[in-house]
Ligand binder design. Sequence first.
Ligand SMILES: [Cu+2]
Length: 468
Amino acid sequence: MNKRTSMLFTIAAVAVMGATLFGSTYTQTQIAGQSLDASKLDVDVMEQIHQMGGLQLVMPQAFAETDCGALESSGRTVVEFNLEGYSVELPIMGGKTFNAMTFSGQVPGPTLRVTQGDVVKMTLSIPDWEVTGHGNDMHASQISAGAFESVNPGETSQYCYIAESAGVFKYHCSGVKLVGMDQHVLSGMYGIAIVDPANGYKKLMVEKTSGSGQLDRQFYDADALEFQLQYNQMYLTPEGNYDAGAMFQHHNTATVVNGMQFGYVPNMAHNLLVNGDTGKNIFVAQPWNGLEHKQYQSQLLFVENGQHVRLFVENHGNEPLFFHIVGEILDRVTQGNRVQSAATETWLLGGSQNMIVDLVFDEPGVYAAVNHDYAAIYTGAATIFVAGDPFGLNPVLVDKGVIEAPVASYAYALGNPSDAVPPMGSNSIAHPAINIHGLYTDDVASEMQENGMIPLWEVIPVVAEMLS
Ligand SMILES: [Cu+2]
């Protein structure tokens, strides 16, 4: 890079920062009635952007390949990824709602799963009744979101790219030509693309010791039971609007996993099974306890003992994620199809960073996956895995006719929550059953029900009757 080019890049970078700050202030004033202190911004930077004719003229455009026609006839597998961008009201912990922005009526947006080398054909449509335009920056591509610009209400736009690198990749709304990007992403417009390695996943090696102190390495097949966990923060006013002032000061008001605070903790049915009483909580915080929460009622993540489990983890937030599972060791941490660590207690993810965690739960028990930042744990980042049958429920469930024979995990009776289960890939073990759970609109939830997923809020009363 010669000197002149490098100077241009520096100016462009400063200009992006300036414009993003300015843009956020502008949309905030429009939508939430909030504003930042504009006098604190660097006036010279704004003047520079103005003189340069705005960002579009200065930014060098990065395009890996966007000609859909050429890519579609390239012989590669083409995977269509259709998204709709729109705003809706969704619930938050405590019985209130917030002004959410979504990809296709859910937070996080739908997960895309492809194999390394596939062509992704992304189409974003915005309904004509939507109040603002939206964009989509997919980190699995090597395309500039600035070049894609944004899609206006009533319009549709698309781009194509080759998913060249394996791993987990964030995608997120890029606002209206980058304006308001912070608001759109932190109000819910984020999701992931999982790009499976062209040659599949690797088998898992877990190091153990025998009684004589000898190393006894155990190997697990590459096929695994998979979950997705996406971390973020929310910055809301008491009225449920995005609070840019709070965001700039890093004062978040909630920590969410797959869009919800404490979305994977016990509910009334688990209270009944373990304590014999729907009102007798078995976890310290159960904000989504009752049937009235329907698709938002908290659910648990069920795994078998001795089973290879694979977690796709993304940190969408502004704060670091210290990923730790209480009572477990992360047997393997992979980023970008390269192993980063093995047998580690906690792994750090910065903002917009991801990893794949492979592990085996050896003992029956209840394990909490947390962000080991105490502020995050107590504001929502505690996710409960239940391995095997730690409560000894098999005889009771068989006796009462809930299940025919003892099961290796409660997923065979209750299923695993749909928003934590990614689409099937090349080395996926199918979940025994999937229940409808997630920060979905009622429309999205009823469509899932029509497609055969289990609405537990209808099943639980039947099970409770059988147990009584
Ligand atoms: Cu948007």
